[in-house]
Design a binder for this molecule. Structure first.
Ligand SMILES: NC(=O)c1ccc[n+]([C@@H]2O[C@H](COP(=O)([O-])OP(=O)(O)OC[C@H]3O[C@@H](n4cnc5c(N)ncnc54)[C@H](OP(=O)(O)O)[C@@H]3O)[C@@H](O)[C@H]2O)c1
Length: 496
């Protein structure tokens, strides 16, 4: 937890100064599942000193009811192990402001709650259509200003739904907050393996010389989920896999895998390198979407022996919905390093298993001495597993013992759990602590968001113009058959 490879060299302490942390939408799902457990864990581990956590939402909860609710959110064995006294001390830091987001009266209480504290953080854990209202209210009442300390705002995903809405939200934010006060969260960047990517690439001498078009055949990035929309059909109808997964999480993985070495580890140096990658993505024009993208929707079927409905039969989903629950893309980066290397991305719901990984496939040796064996064994690959079982595997070919020259792929494995004897910390813990201490490396900058939306919006427009039916796929499989058509002849999708 204490060592952030991105951070070394920066003179920031890992202990947050005194602060008030406001959670807008504190009665919601994200607060219960992630934010409160992460804040408590940071406190119990000694990273937070003097602070208050203030919930802001419209339910008529009393202070006592709020504390009881939060206590309920912390009933996990790993949190209970910190003991009753720690829990009680944490609960004492909580306060609740009951107010609809639209009502200025609620915001008038903010300054008085902050008395005795110079630093404050506003965390927007609300439906995205509420962001604008809250930003305007904070701005109009002078609550974005810094009064001797710092004032920061953390914005949850989704950040816009296309280029123009993302720009509008950025404009709204920048009317009241400076860029260095704004923290756009992408919880994928809080995952240890994602951060380890940069260390793997630039902290080892062996990878960088081969990390280019001369040695790499292609890259595959997969984020597969087993679950369906799980009752969130209404939300998912407005999103789809491209917006929900690719524009943010998968593009972050793409950037960290392919960016140039940064000159130092300052937040802005790294983010500048990421922006360069997003800007070098070869645009997929209107007419090319069917050549470089494949969409799909899960049909009805069985998962683990239980019947599951088709996406179009889920509550809140239109029976003729064209929202994709699966997407695969073939991308190219027009850079010196990556010229001609296909990069395949795929993500979907109701697939065979939950799995996220980056697979870097290397080219065959220049002279194929073992042609038949080669065809069987496949190429070398470096697999970076993000979940589950975070770690890295190198796949290489080895001779099968015996009198013939047969070979098969074998794995060299590194797993976080066994190598360090502990599991990596929760992504939200890392990210919340970073926002408290002012380390923005793992947060997305304005130009990064807009560059990714520029690329994604073109695809969305192309899809709007394309009336062809959306392929349906069988639950528990690897997505629509059509995704295979994106691949070059000598390439296969990795097995899910
Ligand atoms: N849930 C997750 O696992 C997850 C993961 C990643 C990102 N996110 C993002 O995090 C954000 C929050 O998600 P969530 O799942 O926690 O949403 P949620 O369960 O729908 O909670 C929304 C919160 O906002 C409050 N709210 C909505 N409109 C309000 C208004 N006009 N005035 C006052 N309060 C209002 C709700 O209060 P009431 O209870 O009174 O309605 C509730 O506290 C979303 O942007 C989501 O995309 C969520």
């Amino acid at each position: 937890m204490d060592f952030n490879p991105f951070r070394s060299g920066l003179s920031v302490s890992r202990e947050a100064q005194s602060f008030v942390f406001f959670i807008f939408g504190v009665t919601g799902d994200l607060t219960r599942k992630k934010l409160m457990p992460a804040l408590f864990s940071l406190y119990a581990k000694g990273h937070l000193n003097r602070f208050k956590i203030v919930g802001f939402a419209r339910r008529p909860w009393t202070q006592e009811f709020f504390r009881n609710e939060v206590q309920g959110m912390l009933q996990k064995p790993e949190l209970l192990s910190y003991g009753k006294e720690t829990l009680e001390a944490f609960l004492k830091t909580l306060e609740y402001i009951q107010s609809p987001f639209e009502d200025p009266a609620g915001y008038k209480k903010i300054d008085s709650v902050c008395e005795g504290f110079q630093n404050r953080i506003y965390y927007l854990s609300t439906p995205p259509d509420a962001y604008g209202t809250i930003i305007e209210q904070l701005g109009a009442q002078g609550l974005a200003k810094e009064k001797g300390g710092h004032t920061r705002i953390v914005v949850e995903k989704p950040f816009g739904r296309d280029l123009s809405t993302a720009r509008k939200l950025n404009d709204q934010l920048s009317r009241y907050f400076r860029e260095d006060q704004i923290y756009r969260i992408d919880h994928y960047l809080g995952k240890e393996t994602v951060q380890n990517l940069i260390l793997l690439r630039f902290g080892n001498g062996i990878f960088e010389p081969v990390w280019n078009h001369r040695y790499i055949h292609h890259i595959q990035i997969t984020v597969a989920e087993k679950i369906g929309v799980e009752g969130r059909g209404n939300y998912y109808e407005t999103a789809g896999a491209l917006r929900d997964m690719v524009q943010n999480h998968m593009f972050q993985l793409l950037c960290l895998t392919t960016m140039e070495p940064p000159n130092d580890l300052n937040p802005d140096t790294i983010r500048t390198e990421k922006v360069k990658i997003l800007k070098s993505l070869r645009p997929i024009s209107f007419r090319e979407t069917s050549l470089y993208t494949v969409r799909g929707q899960y049909g009805a079927g069985y998962m683990d022996g239980k019947p599951v409905p088709a996406y179009r039969e889920e509550p809140g989903v239109a029976p003729d919905s064209r929202t994709e629950t699966f997407v695969a893309l073939k991308l190219f980066l027009d850079t010196w390093r990556w010229s001609g290397v296909p990069i395949y991305l795929r993500t979907g719901k109701r697939l065979a298993r939950r799995m996220s990984e980056i697979a870097v496939r290397f080219k065959a040796p220049p002279l194929e001495l073992f042609p038949r064996a080669w065809a069987y064994s496949g190429r070398n690959a470096l697999i970076i597993r993000i979940q589950p079982n975070e770690g890295i595997s190198l796949i290489m070919n080895a001779k099968i013992p015996g009198y013939t020259l047969n070979m098969r792929p074998v794995n060299m494995d590194f797993s976080y759990g066994s190598a360090f004897g502990e599991s990596p910390p929760e992504a939200y813990e890392r990210l919340l602590l970073d926002s408290l201490i002012g380390d923005s490396t793992l947060y997305t900058r304005r130009d990064e968001i807009e560059a990714s939306w520029t690329f994604i919006t073109r695809i969305l427009k192309g899809w709007e113009e394309d009336p062809s039916p959306i392929p349906q796929y069988v639950p528990g499989g690897s997505g629509p058959e059509e995704a295979k058509n994106l691949l070059e002849p000598s390439t296969r999708w990795r097995k899910l």
